[in-house]
Each structure stands twice: as C-alpha cells, then as structure tokens.
Design a protein. Structure first.
Length: 102
C-alpha cells in the first residue's frame, strides 16, 4: 500500500483527510494495523542503519581528516569494492575503527 498523503501535506488538511478516508474505507482494521506495524518495523531498521552509518562517518572524518561528504564517498567506495551493503561496511568500521582494506 503506498503513502496515503504526500509528506508536505499537513495531517490536519481537510482534503488530505478526506482522501485518506476514501482510500481506507472498507479495509479491515486488522489489515491496517498489520500495514502500520510493518511500516514501523521498516522505519526502525532504517533509523538504526542511519545511525550506524553516521557513527562510521564520524570515525572516518576523525581518522582521515576529511569532510562528511568525503567520508560518505569513502564508505560508498568500500561498499562497491567489496560488493557489500553500506550498512555492513559501516558496522565493521565501528567495531574495527578502520575502513576495510586499510
């Protein structure tokens, strides 16, 4: 199920509320609850991954004396070289303090 409202739409916008109600009309509450729980779980994982990547970038910035943009690019490059997910590279950096291959 896609987003019900555009992010820039205020939740108290009467037209947006009417559109959301029209989309949700007839959907069992159990299904809506399951959808919401799934979205919450995905957001929690995304938040955890963002924090992990941010911490790893901080380590790279400090160790290599580079900007945040350069640190992120170093993470991306290491991810691509190793054909691994960026979040996994970031977790390794947190535990070892080093980019893979250093």
């Amino acid at each position: 199920m896609g987003a019900l409202m555009k992010p820039e739409t205020a939740p108290d916008d009467p037209e947006a509320v009417a559109r959301a109600r029209a989309l949700l009309d007839g959907i069992p509450i159990e299904d809506l609850r399951a959808i919401a729980e799934c979205k919450i779980a995905h957001l929690e994982v995304a938040l955890h991954n963002a924090r992990t990547i941010g911490v790893a970038m901080g380590i790279i910035v400090e160790r290599h004396k580079v900007s945040e943009c350069e640190a992120f690019q170093m993470l991306v490059n290491a991810s691509q070289r190793g054909n691994r997910k960026l979040r996994d590279i970031a977790a390794d950096i947190i535990y070892t303090g080093q980019l893979p291959g250093e």
